[in-house]
Structures are given as structure tokens and as C-alpha cells.
Design a protein around this ligand. Sequence first.
Ligand code: TXA
Ligand code: MG
Length: 317
Amino acid sequence: MKTQIGQDVVQVGQLLAAGQVVGIPTETVYGLAGNALDPDAVLTIFRVKNRPAFDPLILHTNSIDRLHDYVTEIPPPARQLAEAFWPGPLTLLLPKHERVPDLVTSGLPMVAVRVPNHPLTLALLASLDFPLAAPSANPFGYISPTTAQHVADQLGEQVPYILDGGPATVGLESTIVGFEQGKPVVYRLGGMALDQIEAVVGPVDVRSHSTSNPKAPGMLSSHYAPRVPLTLLPMGSNPEPSLRAGALAFRQPFSGIPAAQQRILSETGNLAEAARNLFAHLRQLDALDLDLIYAETVPSQGLGTAINDRLRRAAVR
Ligand code: TXA
Ligand code: MG
């Protein structure tokens, strides 16, 4: 299939209405989108991504007002979070309306919903009379895409169109929040920092560690992994010198590793910049055909907690 990369929202809307799946930009990562109310389109998403059917999809819409079509209840803290942070890198788990196919939620009673913050995708969603189911547009288990080119490199042959909205401005998948007895619980750390969430709803539990039956299967421990083995380094330490290793460093390069095989997340130590660079840098290093990639952890505050979470998962094989 010849894939088009462009900004034609009208054409993309027509493809989606015809049951096709396409690449779409969001502020977090690029998504592989299809009509969430069309089981055939949802099946195509699972097939293209090579994703197991037990791993549910996030439903994307363009406004809180449309939520009532897809969920049966919005508890008060969910509404507060939605009003504070949508459009934005936050996904809420809410009781599913029967209109949403079971395939989208892998049979679970909750549906994950979010309003993404990207002008092209918001315009697209506003033009559609259905919501979009969209996982990250990477083959299952690999690093999430933060540019249209990343999507083309890996799924290009299988999608007719990739809507090009430039590099993702956040660079980490959305933070996923569910509610237990009305209390917010974080199931996946992500692009919306915990302290911002807590500023709105008070202290929240974080339950994003993996189990054999995870509430959020995207949190299976081996995920977001490059092909080359990745080893974590505590912040500020230096690895053994090596000509065959690469490094993903936080603020400054390591000694003993060739400069061309190193990437810096943020020279100024800015965690938002580090988050934006994380996946693109990991992809670049993975393409160098090295024996090993060292990755330095970052300060565990703000977005740093989610960055360290992704690095840890990338290190699991
Ligand atoms: O930022 C994002 O969230 C991106 C963009 C494209 O919106 N999407 C994304 O989707 O990261 P995905 O499919 O790669 O990860 C979604 C994860 C699932 O793996 C699962 O962990 C959780 O969301 N999830 C989705 N629906 C769920 C449900 N009904 N119950 C529990 N967890 C759910
Ligand atoms: Mg994903």
C-alpha cells in the first residue's frame, strides 16, 4: 500500500468513515486510529499493531460534552480532572456505555477515554460523528512513535495515510487514572505529572507496577523496548569504557563511549525536554547496531518519574 503523509484532515475523515485505520498526531505519541464504534476497524487496529486482544484501547474524543455517549457515569473527581486537564495527556477509566464495542475494552467494564491536545486531531475529531480508538502507533512492545516518520518507518506499508502534526510536544504516553470507591488511582505514569493531578484531587495511589494480571496491560513489564539490550545506570555514574556501547545520558555525555553513539536528553536538565527527546533518541541509538545501550536515570520528580518508568521497562527483556 502506498502511504500518504500529509495534513489533509478531510481525506483522513473519509478514510476513517470508510473503516480504514490511519496514523494521527497527539501531544503524547502518535496513534493508530480507527472508528471506535466499528468492530471491524478495531480488529484492523489489533492486527496492524500485532497487539494481543487482551490489551484494551483508549477512546479519543474532542470534548467532555461527548463523553456521555461513551460512558455511563463520571464521578466528581473524574470531572474535576477532565475539566482541569483536557485537552491533555490524561486518560480516565470510566464505566463503559454499551454503545462501545467490547473489543475496545478487551471485555473490561471500564473504557479508557481522553481528549488529546493536538490541533489537527481535535479538528479531525470534531468533524467525525464517532470517536477514535487509538493505541500508540508502534508494533506491540516496541518504542512509541513521536513523529510521522517513526510511524511510516514501522507501519507505513499497512496504513493509507499518516496525518503529520510534527514532533509530539509531550513525548510520553498519557497518564492513566481510574477510580476505586470514588478515589483516583494512577495505573500508568505518563505525560501528566503526578503533582499536577494531586493539586486538583489530593493525594492519589500509584499502582503502575506490573502484575500477571495488570489492570492496565500496557504496563506489562517488558514494553517500550529497543532491539539492542538496555542497561540502566544510576544518575551521575559512569559505565565501563566501550567502543560497541551507546548511551542515553541525562545532561552530559559519558567518558569512554564514542560521542556519535551518545544522545543527551536535556543539557539544561529540563525534564519536559527530556520527555520530548526520550523515544526519538532511543530509536536513533537502536538503529546504530550497537551491542548495548546504557541509559542514565533522571531525577524522580515531575515528569522524571514517568521517564524512569519507561527506561526501566525498556531495560526488561
Ligand atoms: O498517550 C496515549 O495514551 C497514547 C495516544 C495515542 O493517545 N495512546 C496509548 O495507547 O498509549 P496504548 O494502547 O499504547 O496504551 C493504552 C493502555 C493499554 O495498554 C492499557 O494499559 C490501558 O491503556 N487501558 C486501555 N483501556 C483500558 C481499560 N478499559 N481498562 C484498563 N486499562 C486500559
Ligand atoms: Mg502503547
